[in-house]
Design a protein around this ligand. Structure first.
Ligand code: DX5
Ligand code: ZN
Length: 217
């Protein structure tokens, strides 16, 4: 299994995003958190900033849309160069149609679940997806404490994905650090978002390497 370390730019320096991105050459992707003050009680960045990031890096851009009405807004992120676009299933009116629209625009289609949202009702959707994101904090803010209660869901998602087959990334996001990443990997995750752990480190790229070592162990 290939593990991917995907630093979240939410904890980067918003006044110097390019500089922040240059501190993590070892990252497999850049995780970009879009929030709208509606789906979550925070407001971050949107399409113009994603487009600006797209212009300065060839890294995989992994968009996490914590927004209401993703059916309306998500496809544009794919059109404008996001490599993967993840919507919250709690907010999507027609997740199958949306996933197909994302794929038809050349992006990986991702579905995110908040901590209290079970995976089982969506088992039949998995063939439509390229990424499943299990939130390990309530979405909205970086720097929160990892919720161990989400680990069994990661295990159940892993089992469902193994049964479905295909190349679906199983991503965890929230409180992922050198202290918690091994638990996530043991539960079956292969894609690890880390914000404060990476950008709060003295050497962010060394932390990316450390997280990779722990996940691969
Ligand atoms: C939170 C975001 C995360 C956030 C994670 O809602 O989706 O991507 O940046 O931050 P840490 O790694 O600090 O928990
Ligand atoms: Zn995120």
């Amino acid at each position: 299994m290939t593990n991917r370390i995907m630093p979240s730019l939410l904890s980067a320096d918003f006044a110097n995003l390019q500089t922040s991105i240059e501190t993590i050459p070892g990252a497999d992707a850049l995780h970009v958190d879009v929030m709208d003050y509606h789906f979550v009680p925070n407001l971050t960045i949107g399409l113009p900033v994603m487009e600006a990031i797209r212009r300065i890096t060839d890294k995989v851009l992994d968009l996490h849309l914590m927004i209401s009405d993703p059916d309306r807004w998500a496809p544009t992120y794919a059109e404008q160069g996001a490599d993967s676009v993840t919507f919250h299933v709690e907010a999507a009116a027609a997740p199958v149609r949306l996933a197909r629209e994302l794929r038809s625009r050349g992006a990986r289609a991702g579905m995110a679940l908040k901590p209290a949202t079970p995976i089982e009702p969506y088992a039949d959707l998995l063939p439509e997806l390229d990424l499943v994101l299990i939130m390990t904090v309530e979405p909205g803010f970086g720097g929160q404490q990892f919720l161990d209660l989400c680990l069994p869901k990661i295990e159940r998602a892993r089992a469902l994905l193994d049964r479905t087959g295909g190349d679906v990334w199983l991503q965890v996001d929230g409180g992922v650090s050198a202290e918690t990443i091994e638990r996530c990997a043991a539960a079956g995750a292969d894609s690890f978002v880390a914000g404060s752990a990476v950008f709060g480190a003295d050497d962010p790229d060394a932390m990316v390497a450390e997280l990779r070592k722990l996940a691969d162990a």
